[in-house]
Design a protein around this ligand. Structure first.
Ligand code: GDP
Length: 626
């Protein structure tokens, strides 16, 4: 699906030409007639010889022409640039040209209109020479020039053919799986409700899709989809699309808003951009100047932070951080225009380099400037790496979306980064592959170890921190947490003891006072190894924390809710019983009690314990080896 847009000085014959080309008035005319609405941008469509239908955005010549034009040309594939043969190049001709140039709309055809008014062939040559000079050094430098008349229809077939050839040369719009439609019109249609129009990019919309209108974040549903006045079930990138949105009123949506898939875009009040100040502008662009930003169909007041310099001189390019009064939706690579609010003048434009810079940059930081440089000129790998830096530990699919790369490009970029070790792949595959940039991993690893260490310090008698607790302290989602822990354990940074995690070199150590109490209790165990103090008694003397540590460390072994043995004595009992049973085959509780000079309580607890761990089985009153 392709869209072309008209541009050129007011009254040079744009609308008349579109009407002549399409055989219909742009639909705005009909709508304006039908429902007394002011609709700024007109839309029509044109069928090419190859059967392809292309959308046409026509910008009528009233009100604030340039600002209107900006809302229309953002999403176009090629320009139909109109110059009236009788008047030639006019001020707006140049300004529109500059805008096409700044927006990098590099395909176009120049129509020299109203050719019927000119009889003198020399006049034509003069005007053509003037146009050629005006387009020199701009995106339209090599654009074909066709003489046409809407009145006599002279040159129209040649014009359509020239347009078709321009469009053919262009690759299809990429599908990044995250549709967005910058809204250029919102209106109500009786029987339908709210309708928005715009040029769809970066993904597809299906009938029934849930959508989010940004920056408001309001949700609605796609009840109807139209392309070129035909109902469709799916709209693909590059289509002039009308969406009938269920669940939202016209007054909840505005031109400049974006219809998007839910949660795919984050509106931003701050943009890092690469900007060029037009050389035709007479004053420099100062730090902290108030400007109007045109991005997509949005128009927002902004302040300029000039990075790496004090100001930009006419004709100069440089980095700006734009602070916006209202949030917008942007992606890396989006083109934009800045205008002076009043008197209205196009200052220049450029490309969004980072749509989510997060912080306010220091103006003269080498690090900031180097990062912007990487982001702008970067290879897919560099761009993916930068996106990963701000994504943390995230699925590759999410990082690729942030980077705004196409799938094939993104895959090889990811492979390259992973093989170089700049990007670590932790778990999963395909777009679910969990990845993290090396510096982010080092930071995360440091943070995890720090939290675990702090836990050890707070609870020196515990073996480690429960997994769940660590996860919540790190505020991590389950999958990334598991993947990160897996790597830390595999690398020997952490140790796993059941549900506990500890630093690899962590050992429970008692302080001198605990050590003293422990020795005293130990002495009682040594005195009566087979009738030792009960768990309750030990807990009363040592405290629960210390006893838990002894149990966890294996110093004490619990055989019943009440009974614990010191590990050395426990081992002696197990070996003793095994040896006895090998010689005597059976052992009763009474025999055990007498043999170890203990009480029935201990004998019973220990033998039941041996049953439960599968060393012995009970047959009547006897125990036998299992
Ligand atoms: P726009 O402002 O660029 O859209 O210009 P319009 O399409 O509204 O045309 C401006 C005027 O030029 C109108 O009066 C048209 O009738 C006239 N016009 C447009 N195209 C032609 C043409 O090919 N020949 C002649 N003679 N007049 C034209």
């Amino acid at each position: 699906m392709r869209v072309i847009g008209t541009a050129g000085h007011v009254d040079h014959g744009k609308s008349t030409l579109i009407a002549a080309l399409t055989g219909s008035h742009p639909d705005r005319l009909k709508e304006e007639r039908d429902r007394e609405m002011t609709i700024d941008l007109g839309f029509a469509w044109l069928e090419l010889a190859n059967g392809e239908t292309i959308g046409i955005v026509d910008v009528p010549g009233h009100r604030d022409f340039i600002e209107n034009m900006l809302a229309g040309v953002g999403g176009i594939d090629a320009a139909l640039f109109v110059v009236a043969a009788d008047e030639g190049v006019m001020p707006q001709t140049r300004e529109h040209l500059a805008i096409l140039d700044l927006l990098q709309i590099s395909n176009g055809v120049i129509a020299l209109t109203k050719a019927d008014l000119i009889d003198d062939p020399e006049w034509f040559d003069l005007v053509e020479a003037e146009v050629r000079q005006a387009i020199q050094g701009t995106v339209l430098e090599n654009a074909p020039l066709v003489r046409v008349s809407a009145k006599t229809r002279m040159g129209l077939p040649a014009l359509v053919e020239a347009l078709a050839r321009q469009l053919e040369a262009q690759p299809a719009r990429p599908d990044l799986g995250r549709p967005r439609l910058p809204i250029d019109r919102v209106f109500t249609m009786s029987g339908f409700g709210t309708v928005v129009t715009g040029t769809l990019t970066d993904g597809q919309f299906y009938l029934g899709d849930e959508v989010e209108v940004l920056p408001s974040g309001l949700h609605g549903r796609v009840r109807g989809l139209q392309i070129h006045n035909r109902m469709v079930k799916v709209a693909v990138p590059g289509s002039r699309t009308a969406i009938n949105i269920a669940g939202l009123n016209v007054d909840q949506i505005h031109r400049g808003d974006v219809v998007a898939s839910p949660e795919k875009y984050l509106p931003t009040r701050r943009l890092d951009v690469d900007f060029r100040l037009l050389s035709s502008v007479e004053t420099s662009l100062k730090h902290n100047a108030e400007v109007k930003l045109f991005l997509g169909t949005a128009e927002v007041i902004a302040r300029t932070r000039v990075l790496g310099g004090e100001e930009l001189l006419p004709g100069q390019s440089g980095w700006l951080q734009l602070e916006l009064r209202d949030p917008v939706v942007a992606l890396r690579g989006d083109r934009f225009i800045l205008r002076r609010p009043s008197p209205g003048e196009t200052l220049g434009g450029g490309e969004v380099v980072d749509p989510q810079p997060g912080e306010r940059h220091k103006r003269f930081s080498e690090e900031v400037l180097a990062r912007l440089q990487d982001l702008r000129g970067g290879s897919p790998a560099e761009v993916l790496f930068q996106a990963s830096l701000v994504s943390g530990l995230a699925p590759l699919g999410e990082v690729v979306q942030k980077a705004r790369l196409e799938t094939a490009q993104a895959e090889s970029a990811a492979e390259e980064l992973i093989s170089k070790g700049d990007l670590l792949a932790l778990d999963g595959e395909g777009k679910d592959l969990l990845v993290i940039a090396l510096p982010q991993w080092n930071a995360l690893r440091g943070q995890v170890l720090e939290v675990v260490k702090a836990y050890h310090q707070s609870y020196p008698l515990r073996q480690g921190i429960p997994r769940e607790e660590l996860k919540s302290r790190l505020k991590m989602q389950n999958r990334p947490f598991l993947a990160a822990m897996h790597r830390l354990i595999a690398r020997g940074d952490l140790m796993e003891k059941g549900a506990l995690l500890s630093l690899a070199d962590h050992q429970v150590v008692f302080n001198p006072q605990q050590e003293q109490v422990y020795r005293a209790v130990l002495a009682r165990f040594t005195q009566a190894p087979y009738s030792p103090p009960s768990l309750k008694e030990v807990q009363a003397e040592l405290g629960e924390e210390l006893v838990n540590a002894l149990l966890a460390r294996g110093d004490l072994i619990q055989v019943s809710p009440e009974v614990v043995f010191f590990n050395r004595d426990y081992a002696a009992l197990v070996e003793g019983v095994k040896g006895y049973l090998q010689d005597h085959l059976t052992l009763t509780v009474a025999e055990f009690r007498d043999r170890y000079q203990t009480s029935r309580k201990y004998a019973l607890a220990f033998l039941e314990h041996l049953d439960s761990i599968g060393v012995t089985v009970r047959v009547g009153d006897d125990r036998r080896l299992k």
